[in-house]
Design a binder for this molecule. Structure first.
Ligand code: ADP
Ligand code: MG
Length: 726
């Protein structure tokens, strides 16, 4: 079955929603009652799996999958490349009589072996021990993928080295959930809240993307290989009319969206909204929020399905953060909250003074967390492609600040004033007695220039890039908030023991005042794009890491190592591995793009320009022969541009060849096996400081030529073609 033949009548979405997921309904139907109960317990409470039920679950899963036509199964995992990885195995095994039987044991379900030697490990595995293993993530349900090539049972897993080190994005996320649960429960206990369930983080991920006709992409090596245009003059009409956002969705695009949604419904992904985005040919898809771990897995599925379905509509879905220069880039807003079924959403202010007091503790813990660890949060979104997006065109700047809205800022200010001795003139709020003013759930004064904003009952982190896994940011948020909640719980516990503190309300009052006094520097409600803010941020001592090579060193800063090891989220080695891998990815990405730019300029742009120049020259000559002596200004200009083009190509080639590290340094590092950080950083900085600016120079030459050379000779589809033909 291909994606397009699946448009056969499936009935109502309510009928086929989740048909391809081994969800609660399927579990209840296919598992013995006691096994179901035990598995449910494991899923809900995040407890260890009872090994005695693994075989039964595996057999039920296999039967269910085979009844839907599956022939193979795969452990799906999320290596540090940010993609999904899978290795398919058949259910069939030869039997003793020359036939075959279908087999799927508990061991096969729970653990798999994956040769990860070609996946990045950042030195966590030595080459002689290249294997890693995958371990079933019981909390994310198994599902079936229908492809033109076959039907496969997919089992979400963790990916670890044999020594237990996390080689993936999921493992730290699960660990960080445990950390935040433990600390949040300590705070909740003080408020007398009762629950037997863990507290989990939730994620609602708004995914932006571009959709371009496949025929154009085939003619653009840059879009094919790098996912972004390395060249392309600005079209006369860009997005300045602001007529695209929420505009009517073109038919062809709508057909694509409907099919994407149908596929995702079958996979139990709760897709909710679709709309046009600000740039031409840019769109957004957003599911309802879910537990962060599941939301992250589902986001990977969304990206996969978007790409796959686009193909069958002769479209290409671009997930790159900045496919088109001078237009909006694509992000992935992460809506973040914590809570559970019993206690509700802990970022919801609530209606009673008691609920408000609890809310204020969680809110202030977030403020403190973002202030203390903003560098870590910034590093979690660092990548070559996201660097092009942050800081312009509806994307937040790379300085991490928190936007609360006027009302909430006002409330906090009252606490600050209240706590400063001798200035009790203004009436202050009395925690535990007063009720907070009503905050608009969806405040109109949304500040789009803020990377991290409180939006009524959750935070919206807007710096995640469209192609990135949100996992790293969720891990950073969970880790920093766990530490802050730990601090809050300890603070309040200590206060409550003090004779001078009358009640919990007063203890909370002190906590809020403390946070506002110490950590207000991270609050900002002005224009995040402005020059003034950059100066102000500097004055406030907020870390400013404009680009990836500035941000990634944070992974091994003492306070980040301390934070992640203290809450058993990542070890020093695991952090270092991420730093190495991400730095390497950055350098590789830019070097590949630079080589591609040289190649395209030399073999496509240069020949086209020369052809046009020759035509102009011929024309001049022909005119002269007729006795018309006209000096072609265009010929003079284009000749000059071609010379500049040639110079720029050579300059870029030179910077690509230049090694920023001298031989001696390399020798020392080679002896010092395992510590190549300085070399990697030097290479990344070379990319940032020399290769990228030189590429931009080359781009200017090419874009100037694009506006001169005859259209029929220009080898690349223009921005106008790609963005406005639908
Ligand atoms: P907007 O474009 O106005 O930001 P959307 O409705 O497109 O809003 O997206 C909001 C996202 O936030 C959705 O994925 C939604 O499910 C999610 N969301 C809503 N409430 C919460 C919450 N408490 N925690 C996490 N995410 C939430
Ligand atoms: Mg949003």
């Amino acid at each position: 079955m291909t994606a397009s033949t699946m448009s056969v009548d499936l009935g109502l979405p309510t009928d086929y929603y989740g048909v391809n997921v081994f969800d609660d309904k399927a579990m209840r139907q296919h598992l013995p009652k006691a096994v179901y109960k035990s598995l449910r317990q494991t899923m809900d409470k995040g407890e260890g799996l009872d090994p005695s039920i693994a075989d039964i679950v595996a057999t039920a899963l296999k039967d269910w999958a085979m009844s839907k036509g599956a022939s193979h199964y795969t452990h799906v995992f999320y290596p540090l490349t940010g993609n999904s990885a899978e290795k398919h195995d058949s259910f069939l095994s030869p039997d003793e009589n020359g036939g075959a039987i279908a087999e799927f044991s508990g061991t096969m379900l729970v653990q798999g072996e994956a040769d990860g030697s070609s996946l990045p490990s950042g030195g966590l595995r030595s080459t002689f021990e290249a294997r890693g293993y995958t371990a079933w993530d019981v909390t994310s349900p198994a599902y079936i993928i229908e492809n033109a090539g076959g039907i496969v049972l997919c089992i979400p897993t963790l990916f670890l080295s044999w020594t237990g080190l996390a080689l993936d994005k999921k493992t730290p996320l699960i660990r960080s959930n445990q950390a935040i649960s433990k600390q949040a429960l300590r705070v909740l206990k003080l408020f007398g809240a009762e629950t037997n369930l863990p507290i989990t983080s939730n994620g609602g991920l708004e995914q932006e993307y571009f959709l371009i006709d496949r025929d154009y992409i085939m003619k653009r090596p840059d879009l094919m290989v790098a996912g972004r245009t390395l060249f392309g003059a600005r079209p006369p009409k860009g997005q300045e009319f602001e007529d695209q956002y929420y505009g009517v969705i073109p038919n062809r695009v709508l057909a694509f969206m409907v099919e994407v949604e149908r596929e995702l419904y079958k996979l139990g992904v709760p897709v909710k909204t679709r709309h046009n985005e600000a740039a031409p040919s840019q769109y957004e898809i957003a599911p309802m929020y879910e537990a962060a771990n599941l939301a992250t897995d589902h986001n990977q599925l969304i990206m996969t399905v978007l790409r796959r379905v686009a193909r069958s509509h002769n479209l290409v879905c671009l997930l790159h953060e900045k496919p088109f220069h001078a237009l909006n880039g694509s992000g992935k807003h992460l809506n973040y909250s914590i809570g559970n079924k019993d206690v509700g959403n802990l970022f919801d202010p609530g209606d009673t003074p008691h609920e408000n007091a609890q809310f204020l503790v969680f809110l202030c813990s977030v403020i403190r967390a973002v202030h203390k660890y903003s560098g870590f949060l910034r590093a979690s979104v660092a990548s070559a492609s996201n660097d092009f997006r942050l800081g312009a065109h509806e994307a937040p700047p790379s300085i991490m600040s928190l936007f609360l809205g006027d009302q909430l800022s006002d409330v906090l200010e009252q606490f600050r004033i209240g706590d400063v001795k001798g200035s009790r003139k203004k009436r202050i709020m009395n925690v535990g007695v007063d009720t907070l003013p009503q905050f608009p759930a969806d405040p109109g004064d949304r500040n789009r220039t803020s990377p991290f904003a409180f939006v009524g009952n959750r935070f919206e982190f807007r710096a995640v890039g469209s192609s990135q896994s949100p996992a790293d940011s969720i891990v950073a948020l969970n880790a920093m908030l766990a530490e802050s909640l730990d601090f809050a719980a300890t603070f309040l516990e200590r206060e409550l023991q003090s004779k001078e503190v009358k009640n919990l309300g007063e203890a909370v009052q002190h906590f809020i005042a403390h946070v506002v006094e110490e950590h207000s520097a991270v609050l900002f409600s002005g224009d995040g794009y402005s020059e003034i803010w950059h100066k102000e941020a500097e004055r406030r001592n907020l870390p400013i890491y404009p680009h990836t090579p500035d941000a990634l060193p944070v992974y091994t800063h003492a306070e980040v190592i301390d934070l992640c090891t203290r809450y058993a989220i990542m070890s020093r080695e695991e952090l270092r591995a991420r730093q190495d891998i991400y730095l390497e990815q950055y350098t590789k990405t830019i070097r590949t793009e630079a080589l591609l730019a040289v190649n395209m300029a030399r073999t496509l742009i240069y020949p086209a320009s020369i052809r046009y120049q020759t035509e102009l020259a011929k024309n001049s000559k022909a005119l002269k022969e007729c006795g018309i002596e006209a000096k072609s200004k265009l010929l003079v200009e284009i000749t000059e541009c071609i010379t500049n083009l040639d110079t720029s190509i050579r300059a870029l080639e030179k910077t690509i060849k230049t090694d920023p590290v001298d031989t001696r340094e390399r020798e020392i590092a080679a002896k010092n096996a395992g510590n190549s950080f300085n070399i990697q950083l030097a290479e990344a900085k070379h990319c940032k400081n020399l290769i990228l600016p030189t590429m931009l120079e080359l781009r200017k030459c090419v874009d100037t030529l694009e506006l001169m050379v005859a259209d029929d000779l220009w080898p690349l589809p223009s921005y106008q073609n790609m963005l406005f033909v639908k």
